[in-house]
Design a protein around this ligand. Structure first.
Ligand code: SF4
Length: 741
């Protein structure tokens, strides 16, 4: 293939369009990666509406790790203390199938679990749902989206009657005030932030408020930075609502005509007067009032948030508190305003649409809704009652299921939970007890691979064709344009093969991913995420936003079909609740699940850096990004560092109730006193004892079941010197045996 290929960046939920050219195009010299493989050329796609030609360092360097350290062949072993040996696909799949059959006959379907990822394309997700939730009759499919944005899903669903971000990126350039809370967009969603920052710089009247305990690059660009104490978000949001109510800034017409439960909300916020809120949040009253003035006076306020809101034991209540502000001011369904959650993974949105969490079914349906189950059972040609009425296991409940022997098969796909789960030592111990773990991934080694009995090599982005949906509901086709290495196969293909071998031949007769997509979108018909107007063929012409239903019009020559797409949701102010009205929530702050105390006097917060992605499975293999962020660290305020005798660049031991880590200190005023920050990217493969999640706990939001990965209590102690070597593959006893195959 010699032409330039249009596709989507496979890293974050911004979803930037890319143009990729073959390595030797136009007679230019061919760059090679560290292992001698030619590198494809990548640049931003100017025609992609979401990114308009922009890319960050991750998108720009994506091609550099495509061929490095790939898992090329299926590998098997009898037990975790043995080395892997190469196997054929038949043998590996027979093991997977007999492992599942044996557990089905002993422990039943709910002992089978799959843990997936927002890296999976929509077609991969769909076939996995059909296999697990449909054919096997267990809803035990959860994904790393549980750790990322399930609070946003729950918040939207409770307030609007359905999931689905109502805004689009065009709103970044139409807003009068951007209210960013719990997001370091400048580093974590850089192209979204670029669009917003350009608009902010160009128009003096446009304001930017950033709510974050850290003075991040995002906060640096703001007109107002509210460095609140961790866990006081609801205090702040209710405090703003209190002032809006006091100042008579409620859009009564909108509230009366299009919402319910305002009285309970008004009563709740009456307990949040400015002096109390300012004291709890650790901010000045005048700053609280300034933020409230922006909400009161600006014609359009756009809220943006990510993990700082979602990863909380009260994440859903925080999301609903943000939405409350939009409802009381009528700031929704219009250009430049609305509540807009940014997704982390490139296809986290697609995963939500296709039912890729243990409480969901395809087409924004709920497992616990009998009508929804019947619709899906009939569509999939299953027996009545074949889909379980019970919610499946969440990511953390898979861990507890391994601990108590209720999980017999664990199938992990495209994610690295041995770095990303909370309470990591406990999670690792549980994984060691797994009777049978299948790990299906692109790279080897990864931290999780050493806990597997079977490794299945997956084709990655560029090697398979499929779709992804970004944060603004834009669906982009990602075509396959190079061959997978060795015997790697697309995830949807592997799931289909297992389904057929389990006896479900007629359910998995897909010849290609376009057929998978064509089947899936039928399940979105007349649903909030209707995509019946889409196909791989149409998407090959360019990305399209949903909702995009097929419309039918009569005509002399018969029925004509055309697709229409919508930039914004709720422009008619009719919501997906039974009465069509959005619901206010009466929320109260409960604070952190594990606040600091005398024994553990610091709050540790976690986050991401500009260059790295997730657990470094790909970015750790790219030299430019490694140079940009060479080692893990802990940010400590000078006042705390001085009191403990910790100097910049010296080593610190961090202890929590769950684990220990050793990190180099960055003494900086960007972090508030009493709070410390550790990036979440470093697992055992890349540094010794540097895991942020050695400390985080598993206590979760009761509605979204998303763990509080953003805050836990720790103590700090200076240690004399770098204690042990940093960054190696040495902890992988099986590494050399695999690579020699
Ligand atoms: S902002 Fe996200 S989608 Fe865009 S290039 Fe960077 S990592 Fe890729």
């Amino acid at each position: 293939m010699t032409d330039t290929i249009k596709t989507l960046c496979p890293y974050c939920g911004v979803g930037c369009g890319l143009e990729v050219s073959p390595p030797a195009m136009l007679g230019k010299p061919t760059n090679r990666d560290g292992q001698g493989n030619p590198i494809w050329r990548v640049r931003g796609d100017r025609a992609h509406p979401s990114s308009q030609g922009m890319v960050c360092v991750k998108g720009a360097t994506i091609a550099e790790a495509l061929d490095k350290d790939r898992l090329r062949y299926p590998m098997v072993r009898e037990s975790l203390d043995q080395p892997f040996r190469r196997a054929g696909w038949d043998e590996a799949l027979d093991r997977v199938v007999s492992g599942i059959q044996s557990v089905l006959s002993t422990l039943g379907p709910d002992a089978v679990c799959m843990y997936g990822s927002g890296q999976m394309q929509t077609e991969d997700y769909y076939v996995a749902q059909k296999l697990l939730k449909g054919c096997l009759g267990t809803n035990n499919f959860d994904s790393n989206s549980r750790l990322c944005m399930s609070s946003a899903v729950a918040g939207y669903s409770q307030s609007f009657g359905s999931d689905g971000p109502p805004c689009c990126y065009e709103d970044l350039e139409l807003t009068d005030c951007a209210f960013l809370i719990g997001t370091n967009a400048a580093e974590c969603h850089p192209i979204v932030f670029n669009r917003l920052q350009k608009h902010h710089k160009k128009h003096r009247h446009v304001k930017m408020v950033v709510v974050d305990p850290r003075h991040t690059a995002t906060a640096e660009a703001a007109d107002l930075h509210l460095a609140i104490q961790p866990g006081t978000d609801i205090d702040l949001l209710n405090g703003i609502a209190y002032l809006l109510q006091l100042w008579g800034c409620v859009d009564r017409k909108f509230v009366d005509a299009h919402t319910t439960n305002f009285a309970a909300f008004a009563e709740a916020i009456s307990h949040y007067p400015p002096h109390l809120v300012a004291k709890r949040c650790g901010i000045a009253v005048k700053d609280l009032e300034t933020a409230a003035h922006y909400w009161a006076e600006k014609k359009s306020v756009l809220s943006l948030w990510t993990m700082g809101v979602n990863q909380s034991s009260e994440g859903t209540a925080k999301v609903r508190s943000i939405i409350n502000l939009h409802l009381m001011t009528g700031q929704i369904g219009k250009p430049g305003c609305g509540p807009f959650s940014l997704t982390g993974q490139p296809n986290a949105m697609g995963g939500r649409e296709v039912g890729g969490l243990c409480n969901l079914l395809p087409g924004y349906r709920q497992v616990q809704n009998p009508h929804h189950r019947t619709e899906v059972e009939q569509f999939w040609g299953l027996n009545p009652g074949q889909i379980s009425p019970d919610r499946g296991r969440t990511a953390w409940e898979i861990v507890t299921g391994l601990e108590n022997g209720e999980v017999g098969v664990l199938w992990i796909v495209a994610t690295n939970p041995v770095v990303s789960l909370p309470d990591l030592e406990r999670a690792k111990s549980a994984f060691l007890r797994s009777p049978f773990t299948v790990y299906q991934d692109v790279y080897y080694p990864t931290e999780t691979a050493s806990y597997a009995h079977v490794l299945l090599p997956a084709a990655q982005w560029s090697e398979k064709t499929g779709t992804m949906t970004n944060s603004e509901r834009m669906v982009t086709l990602c075509p396959g344009f190079r061959n997978p290495p060795g015997e790697a196969k697309a995830d949807w293909h592997i799931f289909s093969e297992v389904g057929r071998r389990l006896g479900y031949e007629k359910h998995f007769q897909f010849a290609n991913s376009a057929e998978v997509f064509a089947e899936y979108i039928q399940l979105t018909r007349d649903r909030p995420c209707d995509m019946t107007g889409l196909s791989h063929q149409k998407l090959a012409q360019g990305p399209i936003q949903w909702p995009c239903p097929v419309k039918r019009t009569g005509g002399a020559g018969g029925e004509e079909e055309y697709a229409s797409s919508s930039k914004r949701l709720y422009t008619d102010w009719r919501f997906h609740t039974p009465d069509g009205r959005a619901r206010f929530a009466a929320t109260h702050s409960r604070g952190l699940a594990e606040p600091s105390d005398l024994e553990y006097p610091f709050v540790l917060t976690t986050g991401r850096l500009y260059g790295h992605w997730h657990t470094q499975t790909r970015t750790g293999r790219i030299a430019k990004i490694q140079q940009m962020h060479p080692e893990p660290f802990i940010e400590i305020h000078p006042r705390d560092a001085g009191r403990l005798g910790i100097k910049d660049c010296e080593w610190v031991e961090v202890r929590s109730r769950r684990g220990t880590s050793r990190l180099k200190a960055q003494v900086t005023k960007t972090i508030a006193p009493g709070t410390v920050f550790v990036p979440m990217h470093w697992g055992a493969l890349w540094a010794d004892q540097a895991e942020a999640n050695a400390h985080t706990h598993s206590q979760s939001c009761p509605d979204s079941l998303q763990p509080e990965l953003k805050a836990c209590a720790v103590q700090l102690m200076p240690i004399p010197a770098k204690p042990i070597s940093t960054g190696s593959f040495t902890s992988f006893s099986t590494f050399s045996s695999v690579m020699s195959v």
